[in-house]
Design a protein. Structure first.
Length: 291
């Protein structure tokens, strides 16, 4: 089958968007979903993910290939394949860069990540239309839970395939939450540097375990998370804000273990805030254009 020039241009554009999403997704604090929104493919992405029915796997295992083919036809497969190729390429390229930064410039890198997380948390909270006492209560609960969760960075649970599967399940579910970075979830669960090394060395068992967990998480929890966001929008956003603010403790502690976060990192902290500010500005400008 010969690809038409307009089809080649479309796929090239999707691939470049995937590169941008992947480059941001691997950095804790910037959501690839936000980049998808800015570049105009968010609704198509959500629709493509939402069209994946868990019954697809059941039909395949039962040998019901007619139903399996019918399930596949409902999915925007070319779009997802090209987009994932771009994201995967960015992951492989960026993993080496970030590992190098964490090794030789830990204070500056963790300060930048900290700025990203704090600014992202504020951006999420600003999405709440009418904060009230209940919202603030959820914010407080989330902050306390996040502070305890941030302590998991000191907990050595190892890097077994089941642990990576569960990490992927939690991290990729973050894709459908507004402004939450899957890389940050991976960092909080103390698997971030290990997964960067797995990507750098192209260690397939670890990569497949992480991705399989992510796919399982999307299939199992997407509808529940969407329901909670739609029904308890303010409470969920306040809880997310608190979780991010509280767990930011871990970034500070990791950076402080490597050096002086105040003297050596403040400029990078501000750079992280500015980066999120720029992304939020582009997102809001894009939303205003579409409105």
């Amino acid at each position: 089958m010969t690809l038409r020039p307009d089809s080649i241009r479309e796929h090239a554009g999707i691939y470049l968007r995937g590169l941008a999403m992947g480059a941001c997704d691997i950095v804790p604090g910037v959501s690839g979903g936000t980049i998808a929104l800015i570049t105009g493919i968010y609704e198509r992405l959500v629709g493509a993910i939402g069209s994946i029915d868990p019954a697809l796997a059941k039909h395949l295992l039962q040998g019901d290939f007619r139903s399996f083919r019918a399930d596949l036809e409902q999915i925007d497969i070319p779009f997802l394949v090209v987009l994932l190729a771009g994201i995967g390429t960015a992951f492989l390229l960026m993993s080496r860069v970030i590992l190098s930064l964490l090794t030789y410039h830990a204070v500056e890198t963790y300060s930048f990540f900290l700025g990203l997380i704090i600014a992202s948390a504020v951006a999420i909270f600003l999405e709440i239309r009418s904060p009230n006492a209940g919202t603030l209560a959820f914010l407080a609960v989330g902050t306390g839970a996040g502070y305890l969760l941030g302590g998991l960075g000191h907990l050595d649970v190892g890097h077994s395939l089941p642990v990576l599967f569960l990490t992927g399940m939690a991290a990729l579910c973050a894709m459908i939450l507004p402004g939450v970075s899957g890389a940050y979830i991976t960092l909080v669960l103390n698997q971030y540097e290990f997964m960067l090394e797995a990507l750098r060395s192209f260690s397939l068992p670890e990569i497949f375990a992480y991705i399989a967990g992510g796919v399982a998480g999307l299939l199992l929890f997407t509808k529940a998370l969407k329901y909670l966001l739609a029904t308890y929008h303010g409470a969920m956003l306040a809880l997310l804000t608190g979780l991010m603010l509280g767990s930011a403790r871990m970034l500070w502690e990791k950076g402080a273990a490597a050096g002086d976060m105040v003297a050596g990192g403040w400029i990078f902290f501000l750079a992280g805030i500015a980066a999120v500010g720029a992304v939020e500005y582009m997102k809001r400008r894009n939303q205003a254009t579409l409105a």
